[in-house]
Design a protein around this ligand. Structure first.
Ligand SMILES: NC(=O)c1ccc[n+]([C@@H]2O[C@H](COP(=O)([O-])OP(=O)(O)OC[C@H]3O[C@@H](n4cnc5c(N)ncnc54)[C@H](OP(=O)(O)O)[C@@H]3O)[C@@H](O)[C@H]2O)c1
Length: 231
């Protein structure tokens, strides 16, 4: 736990919605990267079962814990929101006191589906991440990991695909934490994609990737060209 080896910054990361595919997949990568991870759930039993599953995959390399959502938040300095957009505002209102002072990462994609396929839902604040920032004034919200397919996260780590993680936020320090954390997923630091309001473009872009996936029967991701300087 937390034995990061080459990692400079080791975080304790609570995952809200840690029993779902995206939360579990990102938790797996964070744990492999040497971070201390706690899966959160509305049901402590479900969280513990999900943690046991991940520990089976991780072997001796790390230990993931499970707990209630509040418990996962309270033990963490960084919290990943991996919950559906449906019920998002109400959940954050409920968890607001526990989330105060934390770096909160949102990978929430507000998407709808109709006969033509997926589309971005209209969010009053502009994006789910901006909604989180509005509901959580005492937390620091960063948006990232929207385009990383859950199905790829639990597979063998293969960074040859050159996927990039786009990261946006208004706080430089918090954004830097997430940019570094992205290396556990893509093998290289995340790409600084600007202020938090960019989340209103990142979130619905996922609808495009889903359309590509359907056409080519694949799990597509994002790779950004033209970046000569990288940390
Ligand atoms: N799946 C992907 O490939 C992918 C990729 C990029 C981004 N995302 C985004 O990541 C988020 C999670 O995706 P997912 O596919 O893992 O979602 P999911 O399976 O539908 O939900 C994840 C977890 O959220 C909890 N949850 C569900 N409804 C809730 C509610 N009303 N209040 C509180 N907790 C609730 C559940 O955990 P408990 O019942 O145990 O509490 C559930 O296991 C979504 O916003 C999605 O857009 C997903």
């Amino acid at each position: 736990m937390g034995s990061g080896g080459a990692l400079v910054d080791v975080h304790t990361i609570g995952v809200i919605g840690g029993t779902g595919p995206q939360g579990r997949g990102l938790a797996y990568r964070f744990a492999l990267g040497g971070h201390d991870v706690i899966l959160g759930s509305r049901s402590r039993t479900r969280a513990t079962e999900a943690a046991d599953d991940l520990n089976g995959l991780l072997g001796a390399s790390a230990v993931v814990r499970g707990g209630g959502n509040r418990e996962a938040i309270e033990a963490s300095d960084v919290v990943l929101l991996a919950v559906p957009y449906d019920g998002h505002r109400e959940l954050l209102e409920e968890l607001r006191p526990a989330l105060a002072g934390k770096v909160v990462i949102s990978c929430v994609n507000p998407l709808g589906f109709d006969r033509a396929g997926p589309y971005g839902l209209a969010v009053p604040e502009g994006s789910a991440a901006e909604q989180a920032a509005a509901v959580l004034p005492d937390s620091t919200v960063v948006a990232a990991f929207h385009h990383v397919a859950a199905a790829t996260l639990l597979k063998t780590v293969d960074h040859d695909e050159h996927e990039d993680v786009l990261v946006c936020g208004d706080d430089a320090g918090a954004k830097e934490i997430v940019i570094k954390l992205a290396s556990t997923v893509s093998g290289r630091p995340g790409v600084d994609a600007g202020p938090l309001r960019m989340a209103r473009y990142l979130e619905p872009l996922t609808a495009v990737l889903i359309a590509v996936n359907k056409r080519y029967k694949t799990r597509s991701g994002i790779a950004v060209t033209g970046l000569r300087e990288r940390g």
